[in-house]
Design a binder for this molecule. Sequence first.
Ligand SMILES: [Ca+2]
Ligand SMILES: [Ca+2]
Ligand SMILES: [Ca+2]
Length: 168
Amino acid sequence: MKILPTLLLLAAAAAAGPAVAQTTTTQTDPADPTQAPGTPAPPPPPSAARLAEFNRIDTNEDGRVSSSEHEVYARSLFDKLDTNVDYKLTVDEIMATPKRFFRHVSAGVGGMFGGVELTLAEKIQRIDANRDGVVSRDEHADAARAKFREMDVNSNGELTPEEFAAGG
Ligand SMILES: [Ca+2]
Ligand SMILES: [Ca+2]
Ligand SMILES: [Ca+2]
């Protein structure tokens, strides 16, 4: 006669157990990715100026810059910098607007050599492959292609706005 109430209590506790555990797990979710330690911070969003430039290069407006879109843009930049229209860029023509020139070309290995940042003159020398003191259209196109490959971090042949902004 004493056993029955004990069994009923045990049964009630067993039935209540899972229900209590369920409400506690829904209140704090340990699988929340935003709270997981060691999660890398997302890259900063591209600046408005970089996004505007990205959109100018992305002529088919698919939200990606292809290698051919970048090539067309690099060529148009070359023509703007080539003020005397001889299809060669002298150091003077480049140094009139150096930022414009260097943003879309690579002097190789991220502009570094032996762990030291190259000077602008040294970068121009590296782009001037035949060492005749001027940057030809072909030399410029090669350096622009190298820059594209550097920016295309996942090597899928196109740039996202984030890849483009990070490579500037
Ligand atoms: Ca595109
Ligand atoms: Ca020129
Ligand atoms: Ca040259």
